[in-house]
Design a protein around this ligand. Structure first.
Ligand SMILES: [Zn+2]
Ligand SMILES: [Zn+2]
Length: 491
């Protein structure tokens, strides 16, 4: 049956009533539970029912309130992120406050099947993975990074360039993703609240950061043959194999310094957020390089994000590819990317000035020229070598001009390494804190899921929790006043 829309105020009333009348004497709302109670008391998730309304049929058994299903899943992530759904249902039986805050009555809890039915409505396609399970046998492992912390060199500038060119040609054609329904809810009901609270920064000129992280789903990829060649003594055939996690493969985990099987999760976050809040997640196969996933993520995010305009993006040196600067410039986003200099050679120009690998003009005597201001009328940066250098006979000394448009990478609009650049770039660590929060505090990798659908549920669930946590922290004094409303009701 179609679900009935339950206004958030009705949920609040029923929580109070259950605490007061039905379960009051048996339930102790201890101080430890308070933040959890007030977070869900305040977070209005009722719109999920409207969003999913069309996915339910007119007939059949009565439907559980979708908002309560979502709340329950989020409470599980906040309190017991390592639990599977079966364990979580048992935990709600043991700890009735979790059931009540979800919006259920403790003696009438949904079963595991009801949870999975709810999840599948948030994923509007039949396939729970993006790729078919039947795939060609995979080639060997990707390369390792050379140094600790260095990501695997699994991409080439040529590959990034071809991808960017393809993306720029097709950027106006938005193709639907199965995760769009989750993102729509996340953007309209969660991000918009954080934006209104001022938690994401200046919405008309947002600074975002992007970075990828490994998500380990299992140590080895699991697959079985689709043929009986082995039994017939043929050791090496070319037939398809059946992979249990078709969207996962092997990657190099640079932080843990070992191979893993799973996903590469690329995340875009609000870099000027005090709370390090995530904006857009995208799962890729583990072997995918940051530079490639940024290109995909940046285009998808641009097509979907409607709450503001991105002005700057902060990325680490793994993203230092010319094509990425061009893509971001095309999107009117100013990139702040550390150089990843492999070459020590200076580049020639059409004059006797050469350009160092870090974008500094070198005078004919081999000296680095000094920045000498910005010429707004000509839109160019001025450089100068003092007369004492001897590279010029003029009284003023040798001068040179660089234009951003000549080389977006070497001559960024904001001079790389300048105080202004450093101040902006310092916020890049925000994405690392946000990713760490998902991985360490919310135990992202503890999800024992096989499908990309369920991994998306977990990721979006954790992201929603991060935002609700920030709502509480940023309004703690005001929200804590509600104790006088809620506590006497049960005292
Ligand atoms: Zn075979
Ligand atoms: Zn000079």
């Amino acid at each position: 049956m179609k679900p009935t829309f339950i206004p958030h105020s009705d949920y609040q009333k029923s929580v109070l009533q259950q605490l007061r009348n039905d379960y009051g004497p048996g339930i102790v709302l201890i101080n430890k539970d308070w933040p959890l109670a007030v977070k869900f008391w305040m977070a209005d998730l009722s719109a999920i029912t409207t969003l999913l309304y069309e996915s339910y049929s007119d007939q059949g058994p009565e439907t559980r309130d979708p908002a309560s299903m979502l709340r329950s899943y989020l409470i599980c992530l906040m309190t017991n992120p390592e639990m599977g759904i079966t364990e979580w249902i048992n935990e709600m039986k043991r700890t009735p406050i979790y059931a009540i805050l979800s919006g259920f009555t403790p003696d009438d809890l949904p079963g595991v099947g009801t949870f999975y039915d709810f999840f599948s409505r948030l994923w509007p396609v039949v396939d729970k993975n993006l790729k078919p399970k039947s795939q060609r046998k995979r080639k060997g492992k990707p390369k390792k990074g050379k140094k600790k912390g260095e990501k695997a060199p699994t991409t080439t500038p040529g590959r990034v360039k071809r991808l960017v060119e393809w993306m720029m040609r097709h950027a106006d054609r938005k193709s639907a993703l199965p995760s769009d329904r989750l993102f729509n809810f996340f953007q309209s009901q969660i991000l918009s609240v954080s934006a209104d609270l001022g938690l994401l920064g200046d919405m008309s000129a947002l600074t975002v950061a992007g970075d990828g992280m490994p998500v380990v789903t299992s140590v080895y990829p699991r697959s079985k043959p689709s043929c009986d060649c082995r039994a017939r003594g043929i050791a090496d055939c070319n037939h398809f194999r059946i992979y249990s996690q078709p969207d996962c493969n092997s990657g190099w985990d640079s932080a843990r310094e070992k191979y893993f099987n799973g996903y590469h999760l690329y995340m875009i976050s609000a870099a000027n957020s005090k709370h390090d809040l995530p904006l857009y997640p995208r799962l890729h196969p583990a072997s995918r390089h940051d530079a490639v996933s940024l290109v995909v993520g940046a285009v998808e995010f641009k097509q979907r994000f409607t709450l503001g305009a991105v002005d700057k993006i902060l990325l680490d040196a793994a993203h230092d590819a010319e094509a990425i600067y061009r893509l971001l410039d095309h999107q009117n986003i100013e990139p702040f990317i550390d150089l990843n200099n492999r070459s020590k050679k200076n580049t020639a120009t059409d004059s006797d000035i050469r350009i160092s690998p870090t974008g500094i003009p070198i005078c004919p005597k081999g000296k680095e020229m000094k920045p000498n201001g910005f010429d707004k009328s000509q839109n160019r940066r001025k450089w100068r070598c003092s007369p004492s250098c001897g590279c010029s006979s003029t009284k003023y000394g040798r001068t040179y001009h660089t234009h951003s448009s000549d080389n977006l990478r070497l001559f960024p609009k904001t001079v790389r390494g300048s105080d202004k650049w450093k101040l902006i770039y310092k916020r890049r660590s925000s994405i690392e804190r946000s990713n760490k929060r998902e991985k360490i505090d919310y135990k992202l990798e503890s999800g024992r899921h096989r499908s990309t659908m369920m991994w998306n549920m977990r990721i979006f669930g954790i992201m929603i929790c991060q935002h609700i946590d920030a709502w509480y922290v940023s309004q703690k004094d005001e929200w804590d006043k509600l104790k006088s409303t809620i506590y006497p009701a049960i005292a």
